[in-house]
Each structure stands twice: as C-alpha cells, then as structure tokens.
Design a protein around this ligand. Structure first.
Ligand SMILES: [Fe+2]
Ligand SMILES: [Fe+2]
Length: 247
C-alpha cells in the first residue's frame, strides 16, 4: 500500500491547521495588524501556485506552493516576531505526521522560514513565488472594518487599494504587480511601508529567472531601463481571473 501524497484539499480540511490560522489572525488583530486569516492565506496559496504554474513548474511543485501558501503564517499563533521560523518548525511536525515525504517538507519549511522580509532569502522556487504572492496582498479587504484608523499609514494604504493583481509575462520573463489606489493614500505612502518587501520581491523574481515590476495606477514604478514595456503590456491579464479563491 503506497502512501498518499498530501494535497491542498487535505491540508485545508485539517482542523489543527485551521485552528492555528484562525488563532494567528486573532492574535494579530489584538496587536492591531491587518487581516491574516483564511482570506489572506487563500489569496497567497492561489497566487503562489499560479506563479509557479505560469512559469512552467511541474504539477507537484505547483501544489506544494499552494500548500506552503495556506500554512505560511501559522507561526503568528505563537508570536509575530520570527513567525516564519516558528511556522516552519510547526509545519515540519504537522506534515511529518501526515506522512509527507521529507524532501517535500524540506522545500516547504525553507519557503515558510524565509518569507519574512527582515530575514528572508528566496532559497527555492516555492519560496520565491510565496514571497511575491504574500507581499502582493495589500488590499482594502484586509483592513478590519470595525477598527481602522485613518491616522495609521498601514490602514490608509490598504484602504486605498481597490484592486491588486499579479501577471506573469512568460516570454519576457516579467512578473508584474498591479496596484490601483484611490485618494485615501498615495503611491508614495505605499512605497514608504512596502519598500523592503518590494526589494525582496525583486530578488524573488530574479530567483525565478524573471524581473519584478510594480505598476501603480497604470505607471511602472521600478521598470528596468533595458526592458521596453508597451502600454498594451501594462494592461496584462490577471493570472487568477476566473479562478475561485475558497475562503
Ligand atoms: Fe508572514
Ligand atoms: Fe502572509
């Protein structure tokens, strides 16, 4: 009797993991952070797997990306500080019990343990895709409705973002993050709080053999001079369009 591969579906059904995601979100709410619950991990799971799929990685690597995205923030159930590392250790134990092969666990814990911008390095493709997916999830739906504060720059920036999506230009090897903000905040404020995350996104795209471009309200912010981008390309297709994100 062979062992069955751990799937995203089985990870989503795992009550222990679900409880850790809910508790991580609760703890961050108490600390005043934006939403980090099922909505966030659903987005990150789907975006990580779509980036890997678009770049031609095999189906199992794509699924491991989806799994890593689902569990990447469970360390916040312990503490916000070093949550990538605690989350990786917790994930090792959970997936060992689920009989995931050691080489798959190793890939996922490396990805989770490196997703924080303070200490993260895109050590493998799943990690690189996870970082880009995670750092791209700035959106007004992450602001907690009953507790936001317009004097807080994080709340202002997130509330201002009405639309965010990622595209993958396979031919030119460019991963683009599109952000559409309204007047509640500004691209300058977005850059102020996202700069270190964007630099890690550039490194992560490079690890995937791509460049990373940020496009805010239709303007390319960090376009490399040697890459010509037409107006047509800046209207790129959302890789997740039409795909269901299950909450
Ligand atoms: Fe995180
Ligand atoms: Fe996250």
């Amino acid at each position: 009797m062979g062992t069955e591969l751990v799937t995203l579906a089985s990870v989503k059904e795992n009550e222990g993991i679900r409880t850790l995601i809910d508790m991580a979100n609760h703890n961050l709410e108490v600390m005043g952070y934006t939403e980090h619950g099922i909505r966030h991990v659903s987005f990150v799971s789907r975006a990580t797997s779509e980036i890997l799929h678009e770049l031609g990685y095999d189906d199992r690597t794509v699924e491991l990306g989806a799994i890593a995205g689902w569990v990447h923030d469970i360390g916040n159930a312990v503490n916000r500080c070093q949550h990538g590392i605690t989350g990786a250790i917790m994930t090792y134990q959970i997936f060992s019990k689920m009989n995931m092969p050691p080489e798959e666990i190793a890939l996922i814990v490396g990805a989770i343990g490196n997703h924080e911008e303070e200490i993260g390095v895109p050590v493998n493709p799943v990690c690189a895709a996870l970082i880009i997916a995670d750092k791209s999830d700035a959106h007004r739906s992450r602001v907690r409705r009953d507790k936001y504060d317009l004097n807080d720059i994080h709340d202002r920036v997130n509330l201002s973002i009405k639309k965010n999506f990622i595209t993958v230009d396979k031919e030119r090897k460019v991963i683009r993050l599109f952000i559409y903000m309204n007047e509640i905040s500004s691209p300058m404020e977005y850059m102020q709080i996202y700069m270190s995350r964007l630099i890690l996104c550039e490194k992560s795209a490079a690890a995937l053999g791509c460049t990373f471009e940020l496009v805010i309200n239709g303007s390319a912010v960090n376009r490399k001079q040697d890459i010509s981008v037409s107006e047509e390309m800046l209207k790129g297709e959302d890789i997740m369009r039409g795909k269901k994100v299950d909450y």
